[in-house]
Design a protein around this ligand. Structure first.
Ligand code: ADP
Ligand code: MG
Length: 271
């Protein structure tokens, strides 16, 4: 059965999608079967993986997205697409998903829809990674409710990095109390670190003060132009520029993620 994680932070541009796509791809390189679920109407994870699912008249009916899964309860299996990597699959998004935020409000089990949909495919994967939009609306709530193994929070090493994190943690607590008792913070990832600036160094210190030390990944992702170029070629950092500092960082982050997971499994096993 797959372990299910989401990557969330209601701030835009902090590295959520970059983390989902490159962590997911690295896990496939390590031999795991991975499903990425794109819950952002901007569909950046979808396009970063070289796919496109916009409604143009000719192909719309061929391309099921997470929108149909959430709103029309179409089986999620019908929406799963393959990528260039055999072990990496994706449930794509498209701009129509923006409407789901409102349409979900009137639907039964509105917070549980993603969780219910995923249940039928968990047996085929080792990891499910859910990318989320830059808001704390029903799409993000659905992602948190589905994530039994935790939420990964990217924090950009920039001015006002901690802004909004209290609200995110509050939302996580509410979801844990009412919808998903297993939800926990799996780790905070510091992204876009620039060692030349004092600001970046200060943010690292602040974040390590704000969270408990075991909650913050040791690996820090540097600002690296290759990471921002790869998506426009529909490639991950591991095919686009495997020797880059960005690739090294995401490989190290993924290894740390795997090591932590093993630790948790061991803990669970001895209970
Ligand atoms: P989010 O999903 O949180 O909105 P993204 O992952 O899309 O954030 O990142 C925002 C922008 O910054 C994108 O253009 C992305 O390519 C770029 N980016 C992300 N991480 C890095 C990094 N470590 N170094 C340089 N650019 C990055
Ligand atoms: Mg994104």
């Amino acid at each position: 059965m797959a372990l299910v994680y989401c990557v969330a932070n209601q701030k835009g541009g902090v590295g959520k999608t970059t983390t989902v796509v490159n962590l997911g791809d690295y896990l496939t390189i390590r031999g795991y079967n991975v499903l990425i679920v794109d819950m952002d109407p901007q569909a950046n994870a979808t396009s970063s993986l070289g796919l496109r699912c916009e409604e143009n008249k000719s192909s719309a009916h061929l391309c099921h997205t997470i929108y149909e899964v959430l709103i029309a309860e179409r089986p999620i299996g019908k929406a799963i697409r393959t990528t260039r990597r055999p072990r990496l699959h994706v449930v794509p998004s498209a701009s129509a998903l923006a409407g789901a935020e409102v349409e979900l409000v009137g639907l039964l089990g509105r917070e549980m829809r993603l969780r219910r949909a995923l249940a039928s495919v968990l047996q085929y994967y080792d990891y499910v990674l859910i990318d989320t939009p830059p808001s704390l609306g029903l799409l993000t709530i659905n992602a948190l409710t589905a994530s039994d193994d935790g939420v990964i929070i990217p924090v950009q090493c920039e001015y006002l990095a901690l802004e909004g994190l209290s609200r995110l943690l509050q939302t996580i607590n509410l979801v844990r109390q009412h919808l998903n008792p297993r939800l926990k913070v799996s780790g905070v990832v510091l992204t876009m670190y620039d060692g030349r600036t004092r600001l970046s160094q200060e943010v690292v210190q602040e974040v390590r003060k704000f969270f408990q030390s075991h909650e913050v990944f040791q690996t820090i992702v540097p600002r690296n132009v290759r990471l921002s170029e790869a998506p426009s070629f529909g490639e991950t950092i591991f095919t686009y520029s495997p020797e880059s500092a960005g690739a090294m960082a995401y490989a190290a982050l993924a290894e740390e993620f795997l090591a932590r997971g093993k630790h948790l499994v061991r803990e669970r096993g001895t209970l």
